[in-house]
Design a protein around this ligand. Structure first.
Ligand code: SDX
Length: 378
């Protein structure tokens, strides 16, 4: 059936059948494999959520402990990857370092091509475990600190915080990051997941799939918004300034970072959960940015919510990450280290029933133009 109408941004166009996650944008609902994000945030862990996203069911106790233990075996980076990170410009963006490292990591594993089930599992474990280690290692190395060896006695969130600071991670901070990673793990056919599925459909290997998706996520309209929200809040400066600042942004059609969504036309359910953690952490630390954020949300809701422009996952996540001591330019990388499992679940689903993506276009250029010798061109 030929579609002749151009659909900008493929809005509303289903490009695959998927059983991984579901969003209802009218009812502020997000489910992974049929389980609500609220339930998972309360009762699950990132490792358990990874297993469920990849294999479609909650693991038994043994399945989970094997999955987590297998994963920690693959946490360490090859020395040459650490050397690669040392060679990268320290002022480069952490997402650029991550994308470069992921593409390079794949080169060490011949089983990346034509993988059987066990090799697919191994690729998934390596990527899920190594991506957070790359993020923390690049941060240490760009600061001139020595790299630290990842620990196997900590979960993914705890080891990330340990590697970032070199100190024993606080258990509550670890649990909050663990929950943030659950919230960011998967989100149906977003831009970076779609990019990953297109690359998966060519039968490129999973390290390529993830490095391609990382490129898509790095953009400010997608994963890059969380960094920009804090800059916006600092620019606004106080809750009293929020109304005038927002009026100016609406007037000049400037996008309010952390607001709006292609699917959610009500508040993103992840933003609701993150808001509670942001408030609690900022109250305890005395960080005034939360009060500005809450005022921005209140004022923006007055002027934008009737157009379905509401807070999304990026609006409060940056405040939480800042309170956890995560450097601001690593916020998008923290989003990425959670979303790797979502991209891999879609990789597995795509290659199960694959057809290479090759859309068409409507040609609007010149036809039958004459070649003019350069001497005669003006
Ligand atoms: C994520 O897709 C996903 O699932 C993504 C994500 C995931 O988990 O993977 O949920 C993660 O990417 C969250 C989004 C983070 N990005 C931002 O916060 C950046 C700011 N948001 C906008 O750029 C925008 O809302 C998008 C990109 C998120 C959605 O863009 P759409 O669906 O293409 O909407 P649009 O740009 O066509 O806007 C429709 C209208 C426009 O007004 P008109 O030109 O029709 O008058 O709404 C306006 C827009 O100007 N609008 C906004 C706005 N977002 C949309 N106006 C002010 N501020 C905003 N944030």
């Amino acid at each position: 059936m030929a579609i002749t109408e151009i659909i900008p941004g493929l809005e509303g166009v289903p490009i695959a059948e998927s059983a991984i996650s579901r969003v209802d944008g009218q009812r502020s609902l997000l489910e992974y494999r049929g389980l609500s994000i609220e339930t998972l945030a309360e009762h699950s862990t990132f490792e358990e959520t990874c297993y469920m996203l990849l294999y479609g069911k909650l693991p038994t106790r043994t399945e989970l402990s094997d999955f987590a233990a297998d994963g920690t075996r693959h946490r360490r980076l090859k020395y040459r990857i650490v050397d690669l990170l040392k060679c990268l410009p320290e002022h480069g963006h952490p997402m650029e370092a991550l994308q470069a490292a992921v593409a390079a990591i794949g080169m060490f594993y011949p089983d990346r091509y034509n993988p059987n089930a066990a090799q697919k599992r191994l690729s998934c474990l390596r990527l899920i475990e190594k991506v957070p280690v790359v993020v923390a290692s690049f941060h240490r190395l760009r600061n001139g600190d020595d790299n630290v060896v990842p620990r196997r006695d900590l979960n993914i969130a705890g080891n990330f915080l340990y590697m970032l600071t070199g100190n024993e991670p606080d258990p509550q901070a670890t649990r909050i990051l663990d929950i943030c990673m659950i919230l960011h793990a998967e989100h149906t056919m977003n831009a970076s997941t779609f990019a990953g599925r297109v690359v998966a459909s060519t039968l490129a290997h999973p390290y390529c799939v993830v490095s391609s998706a990382l490129g898509a996520l790095s953009g400010p309209l997608h994963g890059g918004a969380n960094e920009q929200v804090l800059q916006m809040l600092e620019r606004i400066g106080s809750p009293e300034n929020a109304r005038a600042a927002l009026a100016r942004m609406v007037e000049t059609k400037e996008k309010i970072m952390g607001f709006g969504h292609r699917v959610y036309k009500t508040v993103d359910p992840r933003a609701k959960i993150l808001k509670k953690y942001a408030e609690d952490l900022c109250r305890r630390s005395g960080n005034k940015l939360y009060d500005i954020a809450a005022k921005v949300e209140e004022v923006a809701s007055e002027v934008l919510s009737d157009r379905g422009i509401c807070p999304n996952v990026d609006f409060y996540s940056g405040l939480v990450y800042a309170e956890l001591g995560i450097p601001r330019d690593c916020f998008t990388s923290v989003f990425a280290m959670a979303r790797v499992v979502g991209w891999l679940a879609h990789w597995l689903e795509q290659i199960e029933n694959n057809r290479i993506f090759r859309p068409t276009q409507r040609y609007v250029g010149k036809v039958g133009d004459a070649y003019v010798p350069i001497a005669d061109r003006r």
